[in-house]
Design a protein around this ligand. Structure first.
Ligand SMILES: Nc1ncnc2c1ncn2[C@@H]1O[C@H](COP(=O)(O)OP(=O)(O)OP(=O)(O)O)[C@@H](O)[C@H]1O
Ligand SMILES: [Mg+2]
Length: 425
């Protein structure tokens, strides 16, 4: 049956609301009831955002601010790669949201560009260890990036097999390799420091020149590294300190210029958000989220501007994010299943596909998986909690009757949920 104009209007409106509020309708229903009455026109007309996604992008619109010192230090440390020598283990440390991952990505691009100019054969590989917590999965991840012509299996290989393939790949004399292990504390806590030890010694046994850079946000990361590895690692430390209120102000202001329509947010609001977050952990990610929360409240209150009086309410609202609060209460395997769904890019997913991704997640995180039957029952529970939408039916892409799963989350909330799950597993 064809959709009527009114049905289409209501569907579009619902999608717009979900986009603006970033949650499943069920979650913000209670909040809506307490608000002033809205009209369709008032919701559809968005006077606040110009490009909301920019608030959540890793790459800032005008580059990383207040990080010249760290960038210079890293350039000094990594420059020998372009002159043909390997760099022994650079260590980057800083609390969450201080720009470590983003700045390193920036530098990787610059380094690759310069290597190209200088005709240095350089390959870089980046692994996030919060998602890859054993030496074997890290090695397979590195293999897949360093040798994209071949597809290495994410499951089923022993450590010895992965290691011998890794060593074989590095038997090329002319090659420079830079390995970056981000959030390395996860693998150290889960599987010990074997991977770091191996990388610190690798240049004795292969012909390629392998440099390593590790990033951590746990201060006590040294406690997890044995003395035999410490001697090679951690000599060069680049510290990313928490941002001050003035630094956060500049970071927020640059994003606000692109994210919001002109004149929507004042310096006073940005200053207040910066002060609040500087007093907490000096975390730029949190500061950007708080600024976004202010914008959402302004829209809900049908305002054209983000004013100072909204900041406090926005801050409280952020803490009360119901969807994330529910995610926090899930059991470990429910979290893993939800993570598998969040990471799938398909609009409608089949239960069996989710199980396959779940098995890969378990392997990467070094967790023993549950049976498919158990996972199916968890999918029903997640549906009942309102975290996913699902029903049993015919799925054309899978060519069978299966549980069809869909998610109605915007990218920002999705990323937040993924991070929250990774941090808590
Ligand atoms: N100096 C900066 N200038 C502009 N934006 C920044 C700066 N530092 C951080 N950000 C922004 O803050 C967010 C978090 O940055 P990033 O992911 O690089 O932090 P991190 O230190 O790797 O955090 P974590 O330890 O949680 O992984 C990103 O959106 C990033 O663009
Ligand atoms: Mg990071």
């Amino acid at each position: 049956m064809r959709e009527t104009k009114t049905e289409k209007y209501i569907k579009d409106l619902r999608n717009t609301m979900v986009k603006v509020f970033g949650r499943n309708k069920r979650f913000f229903q209670g909040w809506f009831e307490k608000m002033e009455p809205m009209t369709f026109a008032s919701v559809l007309k968005n006077p606040i955002y110009n490009k909301r996604d920019v608030l959540y992008s890793l790459e800032p619109p005008t580059g990383f601010l207040h990080r010249t010192g760290q960038k210079n230090e890293l350039i000094m440390e990594l420059a020998p790669i372009l002159m043909g020598s390997a760099v022994s283990c650079v260590f980057v440390y800083g609390v969450p949201g201080t720009g470590k991952t983003g700045l390193i990505f920036d530098l990787m691009k610059e380094l690759e560009q310069e290597a190209d100019n200088k005709e240095v054969e350089l390959k870089t590989a980046y692994i996030n260890c919060s998602e890859n917590r054993t030496e074997t999965v890290i090695l397979i991840g590195l293999l897949n990036q360093l040798n994209p012509e071949r597809e290495y299996p994410r499951m089923g290989w022993t450590r010895a097999k992965a290691l011998s393939e890794f060593n074989n790949l590095l038997e090329d004399e002319s090659k420079q390799v830079l390995v970056i292990l981000d959030e390395v504390d996860y693998v150290l806590k889960e599987s010990g420091d074997d991977i770091l030890y191996r990388l610190s010694r690798i240049n004795n046994s292969v012909k390629s020149k392998v440099s390593t850079l590790v990033i951590s946000n746990d201060v006590r990361v040294g406690d997890y590294i044995k003395p035999r590895t410490q001697s090679a690692f951690g000599r060069v430390k680049v510290i990313f300190s928490p941002y001050t209120s003035d630094e956060l102000f500049d970071i927020l202001k640059e994003r606000a210029k692109v994210a919001f329509k002109p004149g929507v947010i004042t310096d006073a609001v940005i200053k207040k958000v910066a002060e609040i977050e500087a007093q907490r952990n000096g975390d730029a990610r949190k500061a950007l989220e708080l600024m976004d929360s202010c914008a959402k409240i302004a829209i809900a209150k049908k305002r054209n501007k983000i004013t100072l009086d909204l900041v406090e309410e926005a801050d409280k609202n952020l803490e009360r994010d119901q969807m994330l609060a529910i995610v926090q209460t899930l059991t470990q395997h429910q979290k893993l299943i939800y993570l598998s769904i969040l990471k799938n890019e398909e609009k409608v997913m089949a239960g069996s596909d989710i199980y396959r991704i779940y098995l890969e997640e378990c392997e990467s995180l070094n967790i023993k998986p549950l049976s498919e039957r158990r996972v199916r029952s968890f999918l029903i529970e997640l549906t009942e909690m309102g975290l996913i939408e699902s029903e049993v039916g015919w799925l054309a892409s899978a060519k069978k009757k299966t549980r069809k799963i869909s998610l109605n989350l915007d990218k920002a909330v999705k990323n937040k949920a993924i991070k929250l799950i990774r941090d808590s597993i």
